[in-house]
Design a binder for this molecule. Sequence first.
Ligand code: SF4
Length: 354
Amino acid sequence: MLLSSLFASPRAVLELCVHSVLCIFASVFSKVRFLYRGACRGAQPLVSAVDSRPEQRAEDNATTPTSVNYHFTRKCNYKCGFCFHTAKTSFVLPLEEAKRGLKLLKEAGMEKINFSGGEPFLHERGDFLGKMVQYCKADLQLPSVSIVSNGSMIKEKWFQKYGDFLDILAISCDSFDEETNQTIGRTQGRKSHIENLYKIRSWCQQYKVAFKINSVINSFNALEDMTEQINQLNPVRWKVFQCLLIDGENAGEAALREAERFVISEQQFQEFLDRHSAVSCLVPESNEKMRNSYLILDEYMRFLDCREGRKDPSRSILDVGVKDAISFSGFDEKMFLKRGGVYVWSKADMKLEW
Ligand code: SF4
């Protein structure tokens, strides 16, 4: 009955053929699409008519907090004249709240956390910091956990307890001349900042933590040649920053520091870099590269937007979540990549000789 009616209508036969061909194409396309998505988990989704809706595009463009700097305390025992994260509050989040925020960041894509300050070893004599470092490595399994410190409060006991969980320890050192460190304020009393630096370097070796040095180039050290000492200390990276002014921190009326006398020109900075061109681990950071290429979280877990030359806070990720807060961070992802923000940052991948 069906066949006879079909043969009676050539138009119906044609429609049936076209329909079948379309069904075959649709089925093949949906299989290919499924396979593609399955094989590329984490890659950009396949672009389709549905995916090109504006809200989906916005989602795809959302910033991922791959590498985050958490300045969990502003307090410090040093008084560096150019400090651009000053002790404007003494607030520190309770440990459980800080851990909740770190977990939110991990869920949003964080791979590297850097703990900074203020001086991060000051609060609870480094135990608060140690617990966060352990949580990030052992519980959250972050590929990279690092700290930036002035080094003055670190004890060997800390390495014994928490060293396994730490990938990189960066110590700030702007000069190998004690007088210059005194002038800059990179010191506490008459303690030797440089002796301490060498001691920490040997602990890093002993407890298998990658050792890094950060230096701020300013009007007091711009003419120095540090090649010999840096080669001796042999850090995995030597970050060299151009002294930066931030309104409300080290410049302007509400600031706790007046850093104008520390500022150097682009040319002076370049001359310093040229003098150290033989140091292969040197990573330079001019003001331009530095300003918006860091995701900075303050003591309340608010992202700080530095685009206007000051630090404008977002709302806390603990209140509004990472996605909402990060949209106010002013973060320049392109500059982050251009300045080499992604590198081998897990000690397991560094192949270091301990
Ligand atoms: S060591 Fe110096 S630059 Fe670092 S937080 Fe303390 S005062 Fe500021």
